[in-house]
Each structure stands twice: as structure tokens, then as C-alpha cells.
Design a protein around this ligand. Structure first.
Ligand SMILES: NC(=O)c1ccc[n+]([C@@H]2O[C@H](COP(=O)([O-])OP(=O)(O)OC[C@H]3O[C@@H](n4cnc5c(N)ncnc54)[C@H](OP(=O)(O)O)[C@@H]3O)[C@@H](O)[C@H]2O)c1
Length: 260
């Protein structure tokens, strides 16, 4: 039986990936912090004919990471998808330091620690065609003022994943996905107003694209956001950075107005 582990399954992209990958004969191991949401998703996944285990684990804490690793050691997934992630809007110096360090801890360090344990497990067991998918972001390609640590975390993730892909060639397949914007709870949690209603189908569309591209290796930027890569060659970097900051600022002001 194919076992698939997904972090960040309780919301947004992770949720949609779980639904899209749920199939008869598959087993899903789903991580998140919200047990209620995970139980809801488990019922939906099981209704599609897959079996499902859920594990609530706060990946900002060492105990949560260990809990996730223990579950991975028990259920031995051949596909591991890292979708858990967070951001926070604001200038680095204006935010409490904890906000930035948490972003790095969740988006990078917990991902590396879980991947390390999983990769050694699948290699030791000589598992057939193991694969890891990292959900990074187009933010990896351009430093973003006001989303400083987030962009840095995703750039770090892309670099880490690409090196891992080459190190483990022929043993573990590595795919890094760099989506652009889609409305989820992510924006609200990052103090940004979503461009659309988080209940809309943005995350489902991105999940479908990822599932279609699941055989790929290397860095994959789903359309339409792939334009951001050539854009870097057409305009000066500082111009693009200021433009992105302005767009983010406008979103932030919308949040402030709503909460007044
Ligand atoms: N939305 C976008 O525009 C966008 C664009 C590019 C890349 N991405 C990336 O896509 C991934 C999924 O984002 P999303 O938009 O689906 O966001 P989301 O709806 O906020 O989902 C984030 C997921 O991460 C989990 N998570 C957050 N903090 C956690 C913690 N401390 N421990 C364990 N799990 C934690 C959440 O679990 P709880 O529900 O338990 O909090 C949730 O399941 C992220 O890596 C994000 O950086 C998003």
C-alpha cells in the first residue's frame, strides 16, 4: 500500500492535496495542529476509499517534530509532502523577533529535521521510489521587503531541496513546488488581506496542478506564476522589490481598515 504523509493538512493547500491524493488502496498520514479539522478531513478522505491516520503536532516545538517523526517511523510513507508553513507581514525591525524566528523554525528547520529522519528511514528500508515534495513559493526568487523572513525561508528551502535532489539522485526523488499567490488562511494568519475569499478554489487548483506534475523532479513553478522568473531579467531587482512591498502594504492597510 502507498502511504503518503502530508504536513499542514488541516488547511489550504495541504487539505486540498490530501483530498486530491486520496484514492482506494492508499493510506494517508495527515499532520496539523487542529485536531477537529484533521478529523473532518479524515472522514472526507475515508469516504474516497483511502485509509487515514491523523497526528496533531505543533512543528514549532521539538516535541511536536518528534511526534511527527515517530508517526512517520510507524507508518513509513513513501511520499512525504511538506505543506505546513507560515508568514508574517511587516518590516523585520518592527516585528517582534519571535515572529521571524518562528518562520524559519517552521518553514525550514522542522522541514529539514523531518526530512532527515524520513530519508534515512526510506534508504535503510530500501523503499521503492520514495519521493519528497517541498512546498516553497515564488517568494524564494526575489527578496521581499515586508515579508523578509518568509522570502528568506523559502529561498533557503529551494536551495536545500535542490542540493538534496542531487545528493540523493537515483535513491530519493525530490520535487520543489514554488506556487504564487492563492487565497487561504495563510494571508489572514500573516496579517495580510486575502485577494479572494479563502473558501474559494485557489488552493484546489494549485493542488490539482501539483498532482498532475507529481512525476516531476527539480523546481516546479505552477502557471501563471512562472512569469515571475523571466520578469527578474527584465526589470532591476530593487524596482521589483519595492513594487512587491507596495502591493503587500496595500493589502496590510486593508486588514487594518477592516479591524478598525
Ligand atoms: N497561500 C499562498 O498564497 C501561498 C503561496 C506560495 C506558497 N505557499 C505555501 O504553501 C504552504 C501551505 O500554505 P496555505 O496557503 O495552505 O496556508 P494555510 O491555509 O494557512 O495552511 C498552513 C498549514 O500549516 C500548518 N501549520 C501552521 N503552523 C504550524 C505549526 N506551528 N505546526 C504545525 N503545522 C502548522 C497549519 O496547521 P493548523 O491549521 O493546525 O494551524 C495549516 O495546516 C505553505 O508552506 C506556504 O508557505 C502559500
Amino acid at each position: 500500500m502507498n502511504t503518503i504523509a502530508i504536513t499542514g493538512a488541516s488547511s489550504g493547500l495541504g487539505w486540498q492535496l490530501a483530498l486530491g491524493l486520496a484514492d482506494k488502496g492508499k493510506k494517508l498520514l495527515l499532520f496539523g495542529r487542529d485536531e477537529g479539522r484533521l478529523s473532518q478531513l479524515k472522514a472526507l478522505v475515508e469516504a474516497k476509499g483511502a485509509s487515514c491516520e491523523i497526528c496533531d503536532a505543533d512543528l514549532l516545538h521539538p516535541q511536536g517534530v518528534q511526534r511527527a517523526i515517530s508517526a512517520i517511523q510507524v507508518f513509513r510513507p513513501s511520499l512525504l509532502v511538506h505543506s505546513a508553513g507560515m508568514g508574517r507581514y511587516g518590516h523585520f525591525c518592527d516585528l517582534e523577533y519571535q515572529a521571524s524566528s518562528d518562520i524559519i523554525r517552521l518553514n525550514v528547520l522542522s522541514v529539514m529535521e523531518i526530512t532527515h529522519a524520513w530519508a534515512n528511514l526510506v534508504k535503510q528500508e530500501k523503499m521503492e521510489r520514495p519521493k519528497v515534495i517541498f512546498i516553497a513559493s515564488v517568494a524564494a526568487f526575489l527578496p521581499i521587503p515586508s515579508s523578509n523572513a518568509y522570502g528568506a525561508s523559502k529561498a533557503c528551502l529551494v536551495s536545500f531541496a535542490e542540493a538534496l535532489r542531487v545528493e540523493e539522485e537515483g535513491k530519493i526523488d525530490v520535487l520543489t513546488v514554488c506556487p504564487g499567490y492563492f487565497a487561504t488562511n495563510f494571508q489572514r494568519r500573516a496579517s495580510l488581506a486575502p485577494l479572494g475569499d479563502p473558501s474559494t478554489e485557489g488552493a484546489r487548483v494549485v493542488a490539482e496542478k501539483i498532482i498532475k506534475a507529481i512525476h516531476k523532479k527539480g523546481v516546479y513553478t505552477p502557471f501563471p506564476w512562472s512569469w515571475i522568473v523571466p520578469l527578474r531579467k527584465l526589470f532591476p531587482k530593487s524596482f521589483l522589490m519595492r513594487l512587491l512591498e507596495k502591493l503587500l502594504l496595500r493589502r496590510m492597510q486593508q486588514v487594518m481598515k477592516k479591524s478598525d
